[in-house]
Design a protein around this ligand. Structure first.
Ligand code: 2AM
Ligand code: CA
Ligand code: CA
Ligand code: CA
Length: 279
């Protein structure tokens, strides 16, 4: 069994505390950034609040658990290759914190209130705690492996739709116009006519939380990283949903092309997405 409590400090309590503190801080700084840089592409943005929030979380986590490993987006060079290497480097760690300090930086920069803080703890490569905080709505999504997913003391459950035509889906437009964009456009074109509608809110983590909460029937996106996905995938699994890659292979921390659903539409959506990119 995994020990959830070390002394009086539960892993989940620390994750929740970090997400709440970082979320309140970034919200309080909304619209005040002075350093806007681009990373991997012109569409890949970073502000001093991304870095500040990650430092806050990192310091708090390592104060409580100095022997744990820490993987945060802003501690890693931009781009898919660096992201893969960074994950590989910490893959032997027994306890690994996987953190996206602001998921939805583009929204944050434009003051579009759909961004989140995503914090996960993995034990031997398996996510055991997932927390996603939306400071704009003060919604804190929490999941513990084997113990369910929660929002404001309510148990989360995925939605009931059984057909694509009844489904509300979400995706994201990759900030990697060269490799991922054409596939994403083909998927949109193929899937949109088959479903009720598609949203693209701009925070992968928050979309995952919405699948867990039954607000979306499913979500897929190409070229994501472990910090976008780790917390949200546990939320969905604990809410009774299904998490795989686009082809339907089981989720692990290295998966980049993610497919998550209420389970009931999983195979149909996986098939539709694969058909879309078949030449
Ligand atoms: P971010 O805001 O933490 O960078 C929106 O479609 C999603 O794509 C967001 O979760 C966003 O996370 C992520 N994203 C942003 N830039 C990206 C990039 N260069 N490659 C892949 N994903 C990216
Ligand atoms: Ca980013
Ligand atoms: Ca992200
Ligand atoms: Ca981020």
């Amino acid at each position: 069994a995994v020990p959830y409590v070390v002394g009086s400090k539960s892993y989940t309590a620390v994750a929740v505390n970090c997400a709440a503190k970082a979320g309140e801080w970034i919200k309080s700084k909304l619209g005040t950034y002075t350093h806007l840089d681009t990373k991997y592409s012109r569409q890949d943005l970073v502000t001093e609040m991304d870095k500040g929030a990650e430092a806050l979380i990192r310091n708090l986590v390592l104060t409580h658990f100095p022997d744990h490993a820490f993987l945060g987006e802003e501690g890693v060079e931009a781009g898919p290759e660096a992201s893969r290497k960074a994950l590989e480097k910490v893959s032997a760690a027994e306890y690994l914190w996987i953190v996206d300090p602001i998921d939805g930086t583009t929204n944050y920069v434009h003051q579009f209130p759909f961004y989140s803080v995503s914090i996960a703890l993995a034990h031997k490569g398996e996510v055991i705690v997932g927390v996603i905080y939306d400071p704009s709505r003060d919604e804190l999504f929490v999941a513990e492996k084997g113990k369910g997913a929660y929002l404001r003391n309510r148990t989360l459950a995925v939605s009931e739709e059984t057909t694509l035509s009844d489904s509300l889906l979400a995706t994201g437009f990759p900030a990697d116009p060269v490799t991922a964009y054409p596939a994403n456009m083909a998927q949109l074109q193929a899937v949109a006519p088959q479903v009720r509608n598609i949203r693209a809110g701009g925070s992968a983590a928050l979309h995952l939380a919405y699948v867990a909460a039954g607000r979306l029937s499913g979500f897929w996106e190409m070229n994501l990283s472990s910090w976008d996905l780790a917390a949200g995938t546990l939320l969905i699994q604990e809410a009774g949903g299904k998490v795989t890659d686009i082809e339907g292979n089981p989720y692990h921390l290295g998966v980049r092309n993610i497919l998550t659903t209420n389970g009931r539409i999983h195979d149909s959506l996986s098939q539709a997405l694969q058909d879309a990119t078949k030449s």
